[in-house]
Design a protein around this ligand. Structure first.
Ligand SMILES: NC(=O)c1ccc[n+]([C@@H]2O[C@H](COP(=O)([O-])OP(=O)(O)OC[C@H]3O[C@@H](n4cnc5c(N)ncnc54)[C@H](O)[C@@H]3O)[C@@H](O)[C@H]2O)c1
Ligand SMILES: Nc1ncnc2c1ncn2[C@@H]1O[C@H](COP(=O)(O)O)[C@@H](O)[C@H]1O
Ligand SMILES: O=P(O)(O)OP(=O)(O)O
Length: 300
């Protein structure tokens, strides 16, 4: 599981006192680094700008804000893609944010697309078990909605030569808490190196409204769904554990020392990181004649 060593995210040296760095200087460095990386990625691709799905949540609001800082408002297009009536306040929020950022914004209602998809296709896969396991059906439908959003974003990308911005943070990426080829189907993840705890600090720093920073994170697949309920642990509790176990390569028993996470939850989280590795890598090939390297890098 352990990927690499990194300890610069911490303020102090020992486990007990360490916390994520949220001081102004550090956050400004992170902000510049994200902007520089995004500019270089768009330049290298020869793209005209970026397109981003805006839900009214903290991750997409921060991502759109940083994109405007990096590229200018003229180079960013926001898409509001609500599917349920209950999303209305968040859709209004997304539009208000886009207006404040001065970016082009389009709202597309996905309900008709979803209904057509259900009628034409998913109805064939209904089963008697759906009644007893409604969340399984809801998850499949929620993932389908995430993929419809990806479809819309790539249409804009193709038509206007834009890169599709992902909004995933490091906590979500490590936990596999995203839809494969849905909200995970993107060209670049500007805030993908930041744990959710750090996302909150940076969002406050760049002026994301407090009501958005303090919203309960949710994938919105069903009414009342929250990340914390589904994952079984809040980001405040899981982030320091993830940083220790993944970034610092600490064994689980050492990593939980002094944290508010019990051994069982920690072990479940570690399993999730391992089990979702497939979501973070390109689809494997059998490697016939050593051909699993798909190129893209050449010696000059
Ligand atoms: N950021 C968010 O808040 C957000 C957004 C979208 C989804 N989510 C959450 O993410 C989850 C998405 O659901 P999911 O993970 O069941 O669906 P998924 O479609 O993202 O991933 C499951 C699919 O991955 C493939 N797969 C599974 N194991 C594999 C393996 N070992 N090797 C290769 N491929 C494999 C299979 O095709 C499987 O159907 C849900 O819990 C949802 O709530 C969160
Ligand atoms: N209603 C939405 N409109 C536009 N984009 C959306 C919407 N809901 C989700 N998204 C995009 O997907 C990611 C992940 O969503 P979660 O709400 O965290 O599941 C979000 O940041 C948007 O880019
Ligand atoms: O991805 P978002 O913007 O919807 O944020 P959250 O995951 O906190 O709901």
């Amino acid at each position: 599981m352990c990927v690499h060593k990194r300890s610069s995210v911490y303020q102090n040296g020992d486990n007990e006192k360490r916390s994520f760095r949220t001081d102004r200087r550090h956050l400004e460095r992170v902000r510049e680094r994200i902007a520089g990386h995004l500019r270089a990625t768009v330049d290298d691709a020869g793209a005209n700008g970026v397109v981003v799905g805006m839900s009214g949540g903290i991750d997409s609001t921060l991502t759109a804000t940083l994109a405007v800082e990096a590229l200018g408002g003229d180079s960013v297009v926001g898409l509001g893609m609500p599917v349920h009536k209950t999303e209305r306040p968040h859709a209004v929020e997304a539009r208000t944010i886009a207006e404040g950022l001065g970016i082009e914004f389009h709202e597309i209602h996905l309900r008709p697309l979803l209904e057509a998809f259900e009628e034409a296709f998913t109805s064939r896969f209904e089963s008697p078990a759906d009644g007893t396991r409604p969340n399984e059906r809801n998850r499949a439908l929620g993932n389908a909605v995430a993929r419809l959003r990806m479809l819309c974003a790539y249409y804009v990308s193709n038509r206007q030569s834009r890169l599709v911005l992902g909004t995933a943070n490091r906590s979500e990426l490590l936990l596999g808490y995203f839809t494969k080829f849905g909200d995970g189907g993107v060209d670049v993840n500007p805030i993908g190196d930041l744990y959710k705890t750090e996302v909150r600090a940076l969002a406050r720093r760049v002026g994301v409204p407090r009501r958005i920073v303090s919203k309960e994170p949710t994938a919105g697949f069903w009414a009342g769904q929250t990340d914390a309920d589904e994952l079984g642990v809040s980001y405040e509790r899981v982030d320091p554990f993830l940083a220790r176990v993944v970034d610092d390569c600490q064994p689980i028993d050492d990593a939980i020392d002094g944290l508010e996470i019990d051994r069982e939850t920690a072990s479940d989280v570690a399993d999730l990181v391992v089990e979702t590795a497939h979501k973070r890598s390109p689809p494997p090939t059998p490697g016939i004649d050593g051909r699993s390297d798909l190129g893209g890098r050449f010696d000059s």
